[in-house]
Design a protein around this ligand. Sequence first.
Ligand code: HEC
Ligand code: HEC
Length: 528
Amino acid sequence: MDAVRFSLAALGVILLANGLAAEGLPVKSELVRARCGACHQVDSEQRMSRISYVRKTPEGWEETIQRMMRLHGLDLTPADGRKIEQYLSDSHGLTASELEKVAYSLASEDVEEQVPNGAVKSACTTCHSYAKIAGQRRTRQEWLNLKDFLLAMFPSLVYQHRFEDWPALCDKALPWLADEFPLETPEWKRESGQRPPQEGRWLVRGHQLGKGDYVGAITYRTAADGGFETEAVRQFADGSSVSMNGRGQWLGASAWRGSGHGSEIDRAREVFQLSADGKTQNGRWFPFQHPEQGAKEVRYRVDGSPRIAGIMPGALRRGASAVLRIYGSNFNPSLEPRDLNLGDGTTIDKVSERASDHVNIQVHVAADAKIGKCDITVGVAHMDSALTIYDKVDYIRALPEKALARLGGVRAVPRLIQFEAHAFSNGPDGIPGNADDLDLGLVKASWTLEESFTTPNDEDKKYVGSIGQDGLFTPAQEGPNPQRQRSTNNAGDVWVNASYTPEGSTAPLKTRAYLLVSVPAYRELISQ
Ligand code: HEC
Ligand code: HEC
């Protein structure tokens, strides 16, 4: 009996090995075979060396193709480049749930990464993000190839990493990556047949840096070139609205890449990823050269059912009367106050305006209403924790609390920092600084810079740049400054002070953030 089991196990190993040998994605595009075939061999099953054994994000493909042109002499027209990137993202891309895990890096979000493997952390993320690696799926051989690739690309790599045994760490990192991110994954088996969404309407909810929370809608219409034209309207708590027109396309089934222009912005880039169930898109849009600005946004697909996108304003004070606007889709056109619910403490006096995409309501909040977040209901649509009830503004925070700006304006694009002052309530427990504190949103603060005494007499405040009353810090120019001691550049560190006086109060609330202003990221300049 044991012998039979043993031989079956051995057979399993052989079958698995055969399965692995058969791995590789056929390249069905004539264009890819024609343009890349001179160096990448095609086999009898239309698999191309290297190309058939890796899957990447659209940005990953773009970078590889750029390198083929920069280093290996590949000659491509921009139009062919776009077509090849589209084909490879469509058929050798990442699936929705694979893409979701690295989405933060694609949309240029500023986050602290968690690297789950020590060897990868030391050997790889000294130069680039973990997401650049986790955004790839490769056969074992293709992961192992990276050692030679890196040593050939960066001959000084081992010397730069002289504080550790880089080759040995690399030999640990790559097999781990091969186990973690193989070419064929369960997600690939499950989702690789998915197609991107067709034209339609999406509700949006987001936060634009420096401007605050908004809600709205965006419509996608099929364009003549096979992509989509878009039309978006975003409405802010102060009643203002901003429209934006644009275009874009789906790369693969779930990566939306677009551009737009509107009344307040000349050229914005849109980077969104679709969820695996096809119902929401998460991402950001930002001014073309300034990914550090712009907005984080969620798009909810509008289908036949009623849905709430958000409520404006999103925070009410105990005892207050207010007009609120709830945005959404497919609202019943004959809604009455009894069809809506904003929690126990808030009474709806009147529905003053109703349409399928919004309702305006007059409400008052009881003087003893419970402090905290309330769910809201409009007809059959529901949204958790959408409305905040508070008693008073207890403190403010300047966000981000620690920031890194970069000098620029001569050759480098400066990296700006948009500071925001947020009002906070101590929350139900009345104690500041813990998890139940309530963020009441952005408030208009006044802003000043203050010397941080790290280096005596360096007068950083005078040189690093300036802050506007909208909280936007603009760094000074890069390069040596003859006016400074030893003609050094304008880098330095300062405190950023915010001051805000809540309505009905005379005492201003104050806070500060720490700002480091550094030299440009010269690596970005080289690849421009
Ligand atoms: C003139 C020769 C040449 C042409 C044409 C060429 N490549 Fe390459 N390719 C190379 C060389 C050399 C390497 C190995 C070094 C490297 O990765 O840069 C490579 C490596 C690759 C890799 C593996 C990189 C990795 O680690 O993921 C991919 C994928 C690839 N090429 C895709 C393409 C595509 C797609 C095209 C056509 C648009 C193309 N190549 C055209 C020479 C070429
Ligand atoms: C010395 C700096 C450095 C180190 C260390 C480094 N990389 Fe990179 N890596 C780069 C650069 C720069 C690129 C972009 C290459 C190009 O121009 O296309 C890159 C590209 C890549 C790519 C994309 C290749 C492609 O064509 O899509 C992968 C995957 C990658 N690195 C993985 C790793 C892994 C895994 C490690 C650790 C074992 C590592 N890197 C260590 C600098 C580094």
